[in-house]
Write a protein that binds this ligand. Structure first.
Ligand code: SAM
Length: 209
């Protein structure tokens, strides 16, 4: 608690009106890689208390078609210009609600900062984090459009390579990068995966021919 209160990122997030320390992780990567565009349809998984969603609304423009659909188990104060879906993302009913909110549009950016309450047992936490990542990837497989990107948190461990392979199967022109933003505590097992520019199905067929 003491470390949290004295943390520079926590202090700045309060001063700058950001809802979470995590906001800086997304902002840092977005400022470098620009994967969220003004027209992007963004699905933000594990969105409470709204830090990433709030940061994302600064990068999109409603007039350009940009939208944020935020999903979390928890109820929290809504973020302006976001559609909120409350529920467990691994449940069919929540997926259906997200699908309804998409209204036939493809997802341009899938964000996932989902994490269970950690147990402190490194391997258990790693596997539980990967379960959430795989749920996000299943969704991406069906709903992430051509040119789409994924920015996702996971807790590092023995099956990292399998996770990267699963992302690679979705075919990203820009490949898959593992990142550790400055705001992510060095001692934390968390890391972020960025995959940009999903290939068009026709380009894939041409590659395979
Ligand atoms: N990105 C957020 C921000 O900047 O404010 C912080 C997210 S917090 C680290 C992780 C969130 O994941 C928690 O709010 C938790 O409720 C959510 N979560 C964990 N499992 C989930 C699931 N199965 N479905 C939806 N949300 C989930």
């Amino acid at each position: 608690m003491n470390r949290h209160v004295n943390d520079l990122f926590v202090k700045n997030s309060k001063k700058e009106g950001l809802r979470s320390r995590s906001s800086y992780k997304l902002i840092e990567v977005q400022e470098k890689r620009k994967f969220i565009k003004p027209h992007s349809i963004v699905v933000d998984l594990g969105a409470a208390p709204g830090g990433w969603s709030m940061a994302t609304t600064k990068y999109i423009r409603k007039e350009a078609g940009g939208r944020v659909i935020a999903v979390d188990l928890l109820k929290y104060a809504s973020v302006e210009n976001c559609v909120h879906v409350q529920g467990d993302f691994t449940h069919e009913r929540t997926l259906k609600e997200v699908e309804t909110a998409l209204d036939g549009r493809a997802v341009d950016v899938l964000l996932s900062d989902m994490l269970h309450n950690t147990t402190g047992h490194k391997q258990t936490d790693h596997f539980r984090s990967l379960d959430l990542c795989y749920a996000a990837l299943d969704f991406a497989d069906s709903f992430l459009g051509t040119g789409g990107s994924i920015f996702m948190k996971f807790l590092r461990g023995q099956d990292d390579k399998e996770l990267v392979s699963a992302v690679q199967e979705l075919q990203f022109i820009d490949g898959v990068k593992i990142l550790k933003p400055a705001a992510s505590r060095k001692e934390s097992a968390e890391a972020y995966l960025l995959a940009m520019d999903r290939a068009a199905p026709t380009a894939l067929r041409a590659q395979q021919d």
